[in-house]
Design a protein around this ligand. Structure first.
Ligand code: HEM
Length: 170
């Protein structure tokens, strides 16, 4: 079961990451096109990559990863770090969707600098996640957040930082 889930997880991640890396390049191709069939074709291909390949792959990657949480020992620091990076990757995924919303309007454009910046951001975050998962670095959270993995630690931290917190009663 774990092997099958990991296989699904990795296949979905390959599609998700590949789709994200190729999108800035597709966006950049918009610069050479004015209204017409070529622009419509690029629009269709870009939507196909984002809506029908990359987004469903992201959904499967997150769903299979969530299932894996219950099968593997994930209450360790490197996994928390991975989740932070996955959150950033998901936000950068949304950025591509937002770019696409305006890109194919008559005056839409996407500069080479934006393309390089977006593609670099994808590459950095993807490589960082893969490195963390494969190297599983030992991070000793007791050095900077001693209560991070302690039951009730969050409540104590909130209490120390913000004083007495009370639930408003109607
Ligand atoms: C919400 C999203 C995700 C969750 C909940 C999740 C969760 C997990 C879990 C629990 C494992 C098993 C860990 C272990 O071997 O102990 C795993 C494996 C893995 N994950 Fe994720 N993951 C997510 C997204 C990602 C992403 C975005 C990437 C890469 C870009 C990624 C790359 C990997 C790799 C390469 C493995 C295999 C590690 C190994 O077998 O040694 N995951 N994931």
């Amino acid at each position: 079961m774990t092997i099958l889930l990991k296989f699904i997880h990795l296949a979905a991640i390959a599609l998700w990451s590949g789709g994200l890396i190729v999108l800035p390049f597709l966006f950049w191709q918009r610069r050479a096109l004015t209204t017409g069939p070529e622009l419509d074709r690029l629009h269709r291909i870009t939507r196909l990559v984002y809506v029908e390949l990359t987004s469903p792959a992201a959904f499967v990657a997150i769903a299979s990863g969530t299932a894996l949480i219950f099968l593997q020992a994930t209450f360790v620091e490197w996994f928390s770090l991975k989740m932070v990076l996955v959150g950033i990757m998901a936000m950068l995924h949304v950025v591509a969707g937002l770019v696409m919303l305006n890109l194919f309007l008559p005056n839409g454009h996407f500069s080479r600098l934006s393309g390089i910046a977006l593609m670099s951001a994808y590459l950095v975050v993807i490589v960082a996640i893969i490195w963390i998962v494969l190297a599983k670095p030992h991070v000793d959270s007791t050095l900077f957040a001693p209560h991070l993995f302690e039951p009730g630690g969050l409540a104590r931290w909130l209490h120390q930082s913000f004083g007495d917190t009370r639930m408003p009663t109607p």
